[in-house]
Design a protein around this ligand. Structure first.
Ligand code: C2E
Ligand code: CA
Ligand code: CA
Ligand code: CA
Length: 281
């Protein structure tokens, strides 16, 4: 009995130790990436299936490590949020994203009206200073605000809701559209989408996978789509991977979609090379 308990403690301590070591490693990777400018935005198209055009792109960050290659945000965003490094990370990304909006190769290929969606972490809406600094960056870039969309999850208003909403209002007043990300994945308070200054709702991909065979998912998706329509919010369905899912969504009236079916997130150079203006439709 006693030995077993000791064994458990040792195991527990060891896994804590590993967890701690992994976090330190991620933090170091992040610090190196920021210092060496290894952070890059990848772009994934948002496709209008009715018009057959690309309306915009979501910027998703990657670290390109010279030895180990690409690192996904799942590996470093949590640590970035805990350490506050999310803020310099966002600024480095913005400095690369904003010029893409007026890049001549981008506008020749995709027109000059496409927008880029940019993810902000909940912690960035808990700190008025971070929010204000990002807003200043955008204002000074001279970019027309309708060309940039801010994506936030509902967890942003689960901390200090007043601060978060105040910062959101400032973005909205400056003309930037705000999307509620991952809708339908968490608590998804229906009241929330009415009380926030939103223009767009992004429906989480967990509701999309096997929507063609799952009646419950279809019912929830239908409800969210009609709610968005009645509240005058643009709905984007995320994570569309198959033609069957797409056909099913089209039948439900979903117009804007995003997913591997159209394109994975790609470095801008590769995107320009491989993704035509009609988004491979
Ligand atoms: P997200 O904002 O929900 O982004 C969508 C994620 O779904 C991306 O993963 C994208 O590659 C993936 N995805 C897109 N289409 C499909 C599909 O058809 N099937 C599947 N299975 N997945 C699809 P990624 O790039 O690994 O990013 C993961 C998360 O990391 C993002 O989720 C977002 O929460 C966070 N993230 C990424 N970039 C940033 C950033 O610049 N700032 C912040 N704060 N968070 C970021
Ligand atoms: Ca997002
Ligand atoms: Ca999402
Ligand atoms: Ca997410």
């Amino acid at each position: 009995m006693r030995q077993r308990a000791t064994g458990h403690i040792t195991f527990f301590q060891r896994s804590m130790h590993n967890e701690h070591a992994r976090r330190l490693e991620s933090e170091q990777l992040l610090r190196d990436a920021l210092a060496q400018l290894w952070v890059e935005p990848f772009l994934q198209p948002l496709v209008d299936t009715v018009r057959g055009t690309i309306t915009g792109f979501e910027a998703l960050c990657r670290i390109r490590h010279p030895e180990t290659g690409l690192v996904s945000p799942g590996e470093f965003i949590p640590v970035a949020e805990e350490t506050g490094l999310i803020h310099p990370l966002s600024l480095q990304l913005l400095d690369q994203i904003l010029p893409l909006l007026s890049d001549s190769r981008m506008t020749e290929r995709y027109g000059n009206a496409f927008y880029i969606s940019f993810n902000l972490s909940p912690v960035q809406l808990q700190d008025p200073h971070m929010g204000e600094e990002i807003l200043e960056r955008l204002r000074h870039s001279g970019v027309s605000p309708e060309r940039l969309n801010i994506e936030l999850t509902e967890t942003a208003v689960m901390g200090d809701a007043n601060t978060a909403i105040e910062i959101m209002e400032r973005f909205a007043t400056a003309g930037f559209a705000i999307s509620l990300d991952d809708f339908g994945a968490g608590y998804s308070s229906l009241g929330l989408i009415r009380s926030l200054p939103l223009q767009q709702v992004k429906i989480d991909r967990s509701l999309v996978s096997s929507v063609d065979t799952d009646d419950e998912k279809r019912a929830i998706l239908n409800m969210i789509l009609s709610l968005c329509e009645q509240l005058d919010l643009t709905a984007v369905v995320e994570g569309v991977e198959t033609e069957t899912e797409l056909a099913c969504l089209a039948g439900m009236g979903a117009q804007l979609v995003q997913g591997f079916l159209f394109s994975r997130p790609l470095p801008p150079e590769t995107l320009l090379d491989q993704v035509p203006p009609r988004g491979l439709l």
